[in-house]
Design a protein around this ligand. Structure first.
Ligand code: NAD
Length: 354
């Protein structure tokens, strides 16, 4: 088992990564959790596929295990689902001495994390992520959130889990499309922080190839995430680098009304747009955008898009969270593996779409 320690000022914790970890999770949790009750929060798809193994492992250590199952998908990151979770926690007799397990993809991690942060003013929770995206990124770092009508992730807080348990075998049931969407974030990690890892991804030829190297991919990205969050828990400096590709990516998602491209696909396109632009401006080493395109193509991710109304796309891009009055913070590359934050005038964003 690989262990990465995320060092924080107040609440450091470990990220454990192993193929076939799930059957041993009861033992791992029993090493530090001495309460009686555990509630698993999961979605109905993950529940059908994997809950039995998790429940059996916990029951072996005499825990009283209950389960809250919600609908899969982004719509579950809502105030209504949160309310349902609060009431279910109360029904299951969960108190501050108990433990929540967030068992699923990023949606479950975000909403269960927010429930854990706020139910009874905060109860302990662990993350057991089950998608590529959540294993290499969202389960680590303590960002929790729900969506509100005004936008995604607008209500939430920082609340760190006690541990993150990653079983890469769980990804065997993840369909290729979802698998490759997570790989878009892996390309992002290589592009911003790790030249050698970026080259290794480029050396892979297909999703199948990535599946064979998934332990290594998750370990690398989780390591980078722990390092970045350890330096900037509250997202005021270095953690912003993790938003590479996201500013134009979010714009593209909204331009197509969240229907044409998934988040991972849109981030891939966002990385290409920003890097083509910064290359043309002489900021980024020539060939970097092509290298990102090649990596996306190998994993079956889109790398071209057609935007008819550039002004409309820019309106969405300007709504980014890193936007200030007349300017916006962008994450740019000098070359693969080397990213930095730049502040530019919003009026100059059009230059990236030439
Ligand atoms: P998701 O949680 O919606 O999962 C995608 C689908 O995969 C779901 O239908 C789920 O039921 C299914 N699934 C999950 N595990 C499976 C498995 N092992 N086998 C088969 N099916 C499985 O999507 P996601 O991409 O994991 O997460 C997206 C969410 O993560 C977004 O809401 C995003 O805002 C959030 N996010 C959070 C952070 C953070 O730092 N907190 C970072 C990035 C993204």
């Amino acid at each position: 088992m690989s262990t990465i320690n995320l060092k924080l000022k107040e609440s450091s914790y470990n990220v454990y990564i192993e193929q076939g970890l799930l059957p041993n999770i009861g033992k791992l949790i029993s090493e530090w959790y001495k309460g009686e009750r555990i509630t698993i929060i999961t979605d109905s798809s993950v529940d059908k596929l994997h809950s039995n193994m998790l429940t059996a492992s916990l029951s072996r250590y005499a825990y009283y295990v209950s389960k809250i199952v919600i609908a899969p998908g982004e719509k579950s990151k809502s105030i209504e689902t949160l309310n349902y979770i609060y009431n279910s926690l109360a029904e299951h007799g969960i108190t501050r001495n108990n433990l929540i397990i967030a068992f699923g993809g990023g949606v479950i991690g975000d909403v269960a994390g927010f429930a854990a942060a706020t139910y009874m003013r905060g109860i302990p929770y662990v993350q057991v992520p089950t998608t590529v995206m959540s294993q290499l990124d969202s389960s680590i770092g303590g960002k929790t959130a729900i969506n509100i009508e005004a936008g995604k992730n607008l209500a939430g807080c920082f609340y760190q889990p006690k541990a993150v348990y990653i079983d890469t075998d769980i990804l065997q049931t993840l369909p290729d499309k979802l698998f490759s969407e997570g790989l878009s974030e892996a390309i992002k990690y290589g592009a911003i922080k790790d030249t050698e890892f970026f080259s290794r991804l480029l050396g892979m030829n297909s999703i199948q190839d990535a599946r064979e190297h998934i332990n290594d991919i998750i370990f690398n990205c989780a390591g980078i995430k722990c390092d970045v969050v350890g330096k900037d828990e509250y997202d005021t400096g270095e953690r912003m680098l993790l938003n590479f590709g996201h500013t134009f990516g979010h714009g593209i998602e909204r331009y197509y009304n969240f229907e044409k491209y998934s988040h991972g696909e849109a981030v891939g396109l966002g990385m290409i747009i920003i890097t083509r632009g910064s290359e043309a401006m002489g900021i980024t080493k020539t060939g970097t955008a092509d290298a990102i395109k090649e990596a996306l193509a190998k994993f079956g991710l889109p790398y071209t898009y057609s935007v008819i109304n550039k002004e409309k796309l820019l309106e969405f891009v300007k709504m980014d969270k890193k936007s200030e009055d007349g300017s916006i913070k962008l994450i740019l590359l000098k070359k693969p593996g080397h990213a930095f934050v730049d502040k530019i005038l919003k009026d100059d964003l059009i230059k990236f779409l030439q």
